[in-house]
Design a protein around this ligand. Structure first.
Ligand code: BES
Ligand code: MN
Ligand code: ZN
Length: 477
């Protein structure tokens, strides 16, 4: 989506209503404000009161006006939500939508995010276009260019991750995910290295190879590097790239397997965030490691009871082949540590247990220290994404003790699964600053509302970009 900033009067009393004008014949109403030209009698009769979530489209001159309520308090969240609802109310093909915004500092970014994220549609497999949204240009009245740049980088990166998640697993083999990331990085100062199976074997990534053994589609490991001229901090990212999670021999039931094309969302999120960070030229070095493989049930599949040797750290007794994300992340963490980042963040659709704990709209964050977790929580809050901290509770660590190897991949117990998975990863994350983001819940939105569109969410992308911006700001000049 293309957007630009134009100068425009703010809506009078604009703290309660975002007003938008849509007209093909008269796209730019000059300094005339939107509400002035709306038929007051119609407005009254409609029952529209500017409550959060209310959307009203009214005739206005040659076009229509879209009014969206944001309630009494204009916050970034209410603006983002309202803008997302507004953009979907715009149905005219090729139209220009103009939104006058409430006078809030930083509103451009929130409004732009709502528009750009809310207008997202995944139509690659649709053959009819009857319900297609075709908004081509969006103008943000009176907005700031810098905020818009920031918003656009977050929007495009999030929508890239959404595309990757939404694509059926048949069309996202490990090598195909790598190719998409290579293409996205082509015009940016991001180097993309793709390790094939032979290289993965040479590097002794035994845990990734173990998971990959059950699939005819070979694994790959992607290393993306963004190294700006001035950077004092180095961020290491790792994303879970299970291109389809059948569970392996510990096979999932049909209903649990239905959505497992999503299981490479962590990979999509860290890959897309790296693209967004580079596009903004943030002064932070980023090294992103993405292990990609199916978790399938071929004749050579790993068996419960097998022991895997990751590139570094404890040997792993695999008691449940469906706890595969932590296996490939063990190798991903091992690889990223070689680059000696100052802070590591991994992102994964790791556990159903995190959904039990937090529901489907909140992602879990674990930090090696509470400072690290706070950094992520603050970044998430600025980005408008929902995270909550869960504890890396050391007393549960012995539940992962294995009889024959150094560690096992499940506890065997019913409770605290998200924490157990995080404790497992901590064995491979090293001694430094590390955060683990379990996005199993919000990797997919269940409903369309505001900036959220049903399907792959791209949650985590904007938080990571924001985190990188924070690390850049903190770097000594
Ligand atoms: N990919 C799943 C986790 C998941 C579940 C993501 C539901 C999104 C929605 C992961 O690989 C998995 O299967 N985890 C198991 C772990 C268990 C075997 C210890 C789980 O959560 O059931
Ligand atoms: Mn699994
Ligand atoms: Zn999985």
């Amino acid at each position: 989506m293309e957007m630009k900033v134009v100068e425009h009067d703010v809506v009078p009393g604009g703290s309660t209503v975002i007003a938008g004008v849509l007209s093909e014949l008269n796209p730019l109403p000059g300094s005339e404000t939107v509400l002035d030209s709306v038929d007051e009698a119609l407005l009254k009769a409609s029952g529209f009161e500017g409550k959060p979530g209310q959307v009203l489209t009214l005739p206005r001159g040659d076009g229509i006006a879209v009014l969206v309520g944001i309630g009494d308090e204009a916050s970034f969240e209410s603006l983002r939500t309202a803008a997302g609802n507004a953009i979907r109310a715009v149905k005219t093909p090729g139209a220009i939508c103009l939104l006058a915004q409430a006078p809030v500092d930083g509103a451009t970014r929130a409004v732009a995010e709502g528009l750009g994220l809310g207008a997202y549609q995944y139509r690659n497999y649709k053959t009819k276009s009857d319900d297609e949204l075709t908004v081509e240009v969006v103008e943000i009245p009176g907005g700031s260019g810098e905020e818009l740049e920031r918003a656009l980088a977050g929007i495009d990166a999030t929508n890239l991750a959404r595309d990757l998640t939404n694509t059926p697993a048949a069309d996202t083999a490990p090598s195909e995910v790598a190719a998409v990331l290579e293409r996205a990085a082509a015009d940016l100062p991001v180097e993309v290295e793709v390790w094939n199976e032979a290289r993965i074997r040479k590097e002794s990534l035994g845990a990734l190879l173990g998971v990959a053994a059950g699939s005819d589609r070979p694994p790959v490991l992607v290393v993306m590097s963004y190294q700006p001229e001035s950077s004092h901090k180095h961020l290491g990212l790792v994303g879970k790239g299970i291109t389809f999670d059948s569970g392996g021999l510990s096979l999932k039931t049909a209903s649990l397997m239905e959505e497992m094309k999503d299981d490479m969302t962590g990979a999509a999120v860290v890959g897309a965030a790296t693209i967004g960070i580079a596009r903004l030229g943030l002064p932070v070095r980023v090294t992103t490691v993405i292990p990609l493989t199916d978790n399938a049930v071929g004749g050579n599949a790993m068996r419960p009871g097998d022991v895997l040797r990751p590139v570094a750290g404890p040997t792993i007794e695999v008691l449940n082949t469906d706890a595969e994300g932590r296996l490939i992340l063990a190798d991903g963490l091992g690889v990223v540590r070689r680059y000696e980042p100052d802070m590591i963040v991994d992102v994964a659709t790791l556990t159903g247990a995190s959904k039990v704990a937090l529901g489907e709209k909140i992602a879990a964050v674990f930090g090696s220290t509470s400072n690290v977790a706070s950094l992520v929580l603050e970044a998430a809050s600025r980005a408008g994404e929902f995270f909550w901290e869960l504890p890396l509770f050391r007393h549960y660590r012995t539940n992962l003790d294995s009889n024959i190897a150094d560690i096992k991949n499940i506890t065997g117990g019913r409770y605290g699964g998200a924490i157990a998975a995080a404790l497992f990863l901590s064995e491979y994350a090293g001694e430094g600053d590390w955060a683990h983001l379990d996005i199993a819940g919000p990797a997919r939105w269940r409903e369309t509302a505001g900036e959220q569109v049903k399907g792959g969410s791209g949650v985590g992308v904007r938080t990571l970009i924001e985190l990188a911006a924070t690390l850049g700001d903190r770097a000594p000049k």
